[in-house]
Design a protein around this ligand. Structure first.
Ligand code: NAD
Ligand code: DAU
Length: 370
């Protein structure tokens, strides 16, 4: 019988990529074969065992129920190609709605939850923090209470490296780095992380956390750096770089994040945190210039604008733990990932036009016309 997992926030950027990734994992023979071949070549016994188990799981059917509030960032067009898949179902609603969450667990026979649902944009949290508290903290608490009461077998919280705060020029975030969130967004995510671990400790639920660095790839809403710069460059509009443009982020292609999430869901230890990163640190200016170069547009489109208040200077993830303990590695490098992301935006003008409708234009004006 298929195992049913509740994915929350599955109509957003990472959630929709993850649902597509899972449905493909469970079904695509050629991918399975490619992974089999990799295993034959890998020497290290623990890695071989970890990968073997992943494949065994992927061969079982996984059914996905996607609960999403369809905020400005949630978009059913992100899932158009799989909306009629036999192992997929969409339910419209909020994770803070305890009655609804419990009804879904009962009627859909949910065995575990992966929580992607969040208000996710730092700049919006600076404009208005309250929705971040409602969804990211109260919403996560609502899910945890349901996991406890229905004794679900697994809860995975999708968190962020931003909970660790900001680094200077040296050092990396490890799983034991103290949490020092510095924006309303990261404070709300850190609160949720504390709640997850407190529920493991107090009620003995089976739960764990991933903390990932900056994602990019298809279906990312163009309020975030990379898609915003791609779309502005295509229209030869100014590319607004905050401050001196030397803030550093560690970039990971979204599909690599998806494979890390699936690995942790299946093999991670309850009560543990797993950092996920791309081992690809870049200053923002370098990312922006790479986009312009690929699109053959001039650097003169770059415009330095007022800095983000409280702007974290540098994030860099040490992901040794997930690599060593669970056998995960990232596959796509920045050059390839950026090229295929740009190609995706070029190939999907309708999607781009539709997401940049009324609400987006209002936000853009508020954020950039200062
Ligand atoms: P996103 O903003 O693209 O998508 C969020 C989704 O959650 C949307 O579909 C939205 O409709 C839904 N949602 C919002 N509030 C909800 C609520 N109350 N109930 C149900 N659904 C709700 O975000 P994303 O970039 O895909 O991020 C997904 C998760 O990954 C978030 O938890 C984020 O903190 C985390 N994360 C993101 C990144 C990144 O670089 N984007 C990196 C690390 C971690
Ligand atoms: O690190 C993980 C986090 O990455 C996630 O938890 C967040 O959900 C996600 O939004 C992202 O946060 P950032 O604030 O790092 O991402 P953003 O794309 O907003 O900005 C990346 C960098 O680019 C940051 O230093 C700010 C800068 N920037 C961003 C925008 C939107 C600009 O210079 N100009 C811009 O217009």
């Amino acid at each position: 019988m298929a195992e049913t997992i509740l994915i929350t926030g599955g109509a957003g950027f990472i959630g929709s990529n993850f649902i597509r990734y899972i449905l493909r994992q469970a079904q695509d023979d050629s991918i399975r074969q490619a992974q089999d071949d990799t295993i034959r070549q890998v020497q290290d016994d623990t890695i071989r065992q970890a990968q073997d188990d992943t494949i065994r799981q992927a061969q079982d059917d996984i059914r996905i129920v996607n609960l999403d509030a369809l905020t400005y960032a949630g978009n059913l067009e992100n899932l158009r190609d799989i909306e009629n898949h036999q192992y997929y179902k969409f339910i419209h609603g909020r994770i803070e709605d305890s009655k609804l969450v419990r009804k879904i667990i009962e009627t859909e026979n949910i065995s575990g939850i992966i929580n992607f649902a969040a208000e996710s944009h730092v700049d919006r949290s600076i404009i208005e923090a309250r929705p971040f508290i409602d969804t990211n903290i109260i919403g996560t608490l609502t899910l945890l209470e349901a996991v406890r009461d229905y004794k679900l077998s697994r809860f995975l919280q999708i968190s962020t490296d931003e909970v660790y705060g900001s680094l200077g020029t040296e050092g990396y975030f490890t799983e034991t780095t103290p949490l020092e969130p510095r924006s309303p967004y990261s404070a709300s995510k850190a609160s949720a992380d504390h709640l997850v671990l407190s529920f493991v400790n107090t009620y003995g639920i089976n739960a764990l956390i991933t903390r990932c660095s900056n994602n990019y790839g298809p279906y990312q809403f163009p309020e975030k750096l990379i898609p915003l710069m791609i779309l502005n460059a295509l229209e030869e509009k100014k590319l607004p770089v905050y401050g001196d443009g030397l803030h550093v982020r560690d970039w990971i292609y979204v599909e690599d994040h998806c494979s890390a999430i699936w690995t942790v869901y299946q093999k991670g230890k309850s009560g543990e945190v797993y950092n996920v990163g791309g081992r690809t640190e870049k200053p923002n200016m370098e990312i922006v210039k790479s986009i312009l170069k690929i699109l053959n547009k001039p650097d003169t489109l770059i415009e330095f604008v007022k800095d983000r208040p409280g702007h974290d200077r540098r994030y860099a993830i040490d992901c040794t733990k997930i690599e060593k303990e669970l056998g995960w590695t990232r596959e796509t490098n920045l050059e390839d990932g950026l090229k295929s992301t740009i190609q995706w935006y070029l190939d999907n003008p309708e999607w781009c036009k539709n997401v940049r409708s009324g609400e987006y234009m209002e936000y853009y004006k508020k954020q950039y016309d200062k």
